[in-house]
Design a binder for this molecule. Structure first.
Ligand code: GTP
Ligand code: MG
Length: 216
């Protein structure tokens, strides 16, 4: 293998460098889809915003709340580097599904906005589905997985909040989700903890791979 300078020194621990671009209430008011986009979807309170913050290493990236349902807009972040490698991509933090305390109109509005974004956004190249490892594969999760499979969209299922379970229970939940994904070559599942940082490097690898495939 040629002695490329990039390989000369070990990389520092992986990190995702991104900057907030803008928020939009729906696809009609979203910025132009001029970069490949990866959406973070999942039930309200599963930890989408926390996962994003853990990947960037900054608590400021996406708003995290004790009260679920705080991400009410589509939030766009431009990615500049992953683990030191330049990339051209965008992450979209989506509003969570099923926030019980929101009034019904507001909830229906967000869900329509998320559904339209997922089905119509041409720049979308992959989806990260964040689930609470203690309650994986809720109806919305299954719907999203089935839709991604039918659309041939790569999907990464993150079983977040792994710190809440012992190793054995984590593996059991992972096996259950992997069974559900079995017939889907473009989907995979990983155990993750936004709190502890478990799984960060592997997720960065997947994201980097998706963006690199789009750039090729
Ligand atoms: N123990 C533990 N708590 C977590 C983890 N990730 C997120 N949380 C907590 O779960 C709650 C919800 O996290 P958010 O990141 O706001 O969840 P969200 O999916 O963005 O929620 P919405 O914006 O409502 O869709 C917060 O209290 C977080 O601190 C984790 O890995 N472990
Ligand atoms: Mg959020």
């Amino acid at each position: 293998m040629p002695d490329h300078p990039r390989n000369a020194a070990p990389q520092p621990p992986g990190r995702l460098d991104c900057t907030f671009l803008t928020s939009a209430p729906d696809i009609a008011r979203a910025p132009p889809g001029d970069r490949p986009e990866v959406a973070f979807a999942g039930r309200s309170n599963a930890g989408k915003s926390s996962v994003l913050n853990r990947l960037t290493g900054s608590r400021q990236t996406a708003k995290v709340s004790k009260t679920p349902g705080r991400t009410q807009l589509l939030n766009f972040f431009d990615v500049a580097r992953i683990a030191g490698e330049p990339v051209r991509g965008r992450l979209v933090d989506l509003p969570g599904y099923g926030y019980a305390k929101a009034n019904r109109d507001a909830q229906a509005r967000w869900q329509a906005a998320v559904n339209r974004f997922l089905s119509e956004r041409e720049a979308l190249v992959a989806v990260v589905l964040v689930m609470d490892i203690r309650h994986p594969l809720q109806p919305f999760d299954r719907e999203l997985i089935d839709w991604a499979a039918a659309s041939h969209l790569p999907l990464l299922a993150l079983l977040n909040k792994a710190d809440k379970l012992k190793h054995g229970a984590q593996q059991k939940a992972l096996a259950e989700v992997q069974r559900y994904l079995k017939e889907m070559p473009e989907a995979r599942a990983m155990v993750f903890s936004a709190l502890k940082g478990q799984g960060v490097d592997r997720v960065l690898e997947v994201l980097g791979g998706w963006f690199a495939a789009e750039a090729a």
